[in-house]
Design a protein around this ligand. Sequence first.
Ligand code: MG
Ligand code: MG
Length: 446
Amino acid sequence: MSSGTSDHQRRRDMVMTGIGDGVALFASAPETIRTHDSEHPYRQNTDFYYLTGFDEPQSVLILAPSHPEIRSCLFVRRKDKQQEIWNGQRLGLKEAKRLSGVDAAYPIEELDQRIDSFLETGDLLYYAFDADKSLNDQVVARLMRYRRSRARSGRGPRGVLDPGPLVHELRLRKSPADVVGMKRAVDVSAEGHLAAMRYARPGMREYEIEAIVEYVFTSRGAQSPAYPSIVASGANLTTIHYSTNRERVPNGSLVLVDAGAEVDYYCGDLTRTFPISGTFSPEQRAIYEIVLASNLKAIETCKPGKTFNADVNDAAARVLVDGLLHLGLLAGSAQEHLEKETHKRFTIHRIGHWLGMDTHDVGSYRVNGDWRPLEPGMVVTIEPGLYIPAEPDIDERFRGIAVRIEDDVLITPSGHDVLSARLAKSIPDVEEVIAQGRASGSALFA
Ligand code: MG
Ligand code: MG
């Protein structure tokens, strides 16, 4: 459940240094209804988990660096035999305190009576208002009361700040323990993709391939996909966030699989595109080679000091535009297309995003208005794509072809480490994995 008390303690200490005279309140994720009276599987708020390692709902973490005795405390659900028979074990106060290493743990029912003693130690309150409504309302009511009483009492925070930037700057730079977690999530994700290449067969529906990928995720220890898996073929290939996954894969189509496993709160995010026939057609190959060259160029550019959204993004875009010009899908000057972003008709999105305990991970992409340089410990996705619309002015041979190739890359002091390096990517390697899967003759569920 947790990567160890010392990690969480260290993270809380850093946040407390950041808030200085303030006080911070972090809430667990609300439980959410899926339909009628059944709930979505519970997933802890990532900041809360990052600071506690505690994954139960109805919990609150308070950090009060100016408190004389209790600088950190958790409010959690008490143990309850009846409830636990229905809904699973609760850790209870003692275990929650031990697991997270906070100074004190109290029953959540006592939050109301105890919260003032912590809030009043702070000049400013750090709170994200991302809890359920009742806690948000409780915080607002308290702030209103302090506003009325402060003239006489001199107590209570004078304002509220988002704790996000403090915590998210920490989360952006992965610790050695984070890197171990990331590697595991990316490994499991890669296994799922390899299985898709091996076991997808002509005539399958997209959801059958989705099931193969997610079967492997779960059987390797993932709690969940990190985001809705995309298995797109045929006319769906050019829909970036297609996740309906209901169609039969047309003969000769590419299959674009964008899927990642979430393992112990770390997310993988990988995309591979492969031919259901087992062999890329000349046109599919032409598009694929451009995207692959762009992916490799972007990865080569990843190193400390380079900016992700300028240096890396622009290097990759340049390769895509040159390729489109070469194929005659664009005409004119590369420079002009890059400046006016007229290539967006085919490239749609930028090069990637931060990756971590959230798929689109937290952390600012800019510092003082400028794109920020990469630093060791950051993890990014590198995911160039080309999406050729099936429109009348487009060379018929290329209509509807789409390719995205997405890797997960750790920035290291000397450059980068491609966490997904083991996942087949070149055309010969992808065709080889498919061929081996078909030669073995077996289906995954035979
Ligand atoms: Mg993706
Ligand atoms: Mg991505």
